[in-house]
Design a protein around this ligand. Structure first.
Ligand code: PEP
Ligand code: MN
Length: 373
């Protein structure tokens, strides 16, 4: 039996809506603050300027920084929690910090941090996630869980399950991109399809995008944030430092609060649903067209598979291999040429050809392996 893409295995998770733990006025939640708390002045100055941007509801700062190499700035530790307390009192922000073990979680809660977040380097480790889950069991504190560094959806869901099993129902996932090997313009590849799969599997779970860690540099943040909003994310977490050029971590990707203000002003915040009846009617008629086209496509695929089966039988009769390199190269070349001629994305059509070819190979192998009676 082939695995279905959408299953309902995770329905037992109990997840509350975002607006049960933070006021969002049904707008995406905006989280901002420095990568790391460095000094009392830097934290308070950043918070002061950010407090002039009303859409920001949650102030972030790393107190314990997981750094790739030793001898880098590893955070100020517990003293930073006192600064966050001042931020709460002076600027009326809710606060969030990254916790990587039980001790961090206990200290953060002791100092009145409102929301905890689990970083990408911790989500990869089930021991650490379980340790945090045990430490916060029975406490009504919201937790945001970043995706693991590498593209492993099960590991991400596993961390969400561990925290949820501890009785935490105020949860959010944070999409911060995935490590990859090779060249890319991103610091961490967005791989939006993974975020979409998470949302499909866990529809109740709020998903927040962190365009700062996806981008790695300021110039890309606008584009990444807009893409995330277009996909209907429930919030954005953006790093902001009063003087990014002096930041002790992630200097290239932090925005000066005024630049963040400008960015938030130019971003479009599309809604997931519309109450406009005319819009709904028109959209429905477009969708009816798409339904018809998909119907035709699937019927065509059925036709294609029938021919593939005939080819399989024929090859078997003549003792010829299923895979034919030259034919495959020809298919790729001609289909992508046609795609280009029609103004379609070459990449898209190549991917589609790969899928079709994979299925053809599978079907022909099945035919080949069938015992003749
Ligand atoms: C951060 O938010 O500063 C951070 C360390 O992020 P990540 O866990 O996504 O690397
Ligand atoms: Mn950072």
């Amino acid at each position: 039996m082939e695995k279905a893409l959408i299953n309902t295995k995770f329905e037992y998770l109990k997840i509350q809506a975002l607006n049960t733990w933070i006021t969002t006025d049904n707008e995406p939640l905006i989280i901002a603050g420095p990568c790391g708390a460095e000094t009392r002045e830097q934290v308070l100055e950043t918070a002061k300027t950010l407090s002039q941007i009303p859409v920001i509801q949650l102030f972030r700062a790393g107190i314990w920084k997981p750094r790739t190499r030793p001898n880098s700035f590893e955070g100020v530790g517990e003293q930073g929690l006192w600064w966050l307390k001042e931020v709460k009192e002076k600027y009326n922000f809710k606060t969030t910090v990254e916790v990587a073990n039980a001790h961090h979680a206990e200290l953060a809660m002791k100092h009145g941090v409102d929301v905890l977040w689990i970083g990408a380097r911790t989500t990869v480790n089930p021991f650490s996630v379980q340790e945090i889950a045990d430490a916060i069991k029975g406490v009504d504190i919201p937790v945001m869980i970043k995706n693991p560094i590498h593209a492993d959806l099960q590991l991400w869901i596993g961390a969400i399950e561990r925290i949820n099993n501890a009785g935490i129902t105020k949860l959010a996932a944070v999409h911060r991109g995935f490590h990859f090997f090779g060249k890319s313009k991103y610091r961490n590849k967005p791989m939006w399809e993974l975020m979409i799969e998470l949302k499909t599997l866990l529809p109740e779970l709020p998903v927040i995008c962190d365009p700062s860690h996806i981008s790695g540099k300021r110039e890309l943040i606008h584009n990444v944030a807009q893409k995330a909003l277009n996909l209907g994310v429930n919030g954005l977490m953006i790093e902001s430092h009063i003087d990014p050029s002096k930041a002790l971590s992630d200097a290239e990707q932090q925005l000066q609060p005024n630049d963040l203000k400008e960015l938030l002003a130019i971003l479009q915040f599309p809604k997931t649903i519309s109450t406009n009846a005319e819009f709904a009617n028109k959209l429905n008629s477009f969708r009816a067209m798409i339904d018809e086209i998909d119907d035709e496509l699937i019927n065509l695929l059925k036709k294609r598979i029938s021919v593939i089966e005939d080819i399989g039988i024929y090859k078997k009769e003549h003792n010829i291999t299923v895979f034919q390199l030259e034919r495959w190269q020809e298919i790729l070349r001609t289909r992508s040429q046609l795609a280009e001629k029609l103004g379609l994305s070459r990449h898209h059509i190549e991917k589609l050809c790969q899928l079709l070819h994979e299925e053809s190979i599978r079907v022909q192998n099945e035919v080949m392996n069938k015992k003749t009676v």
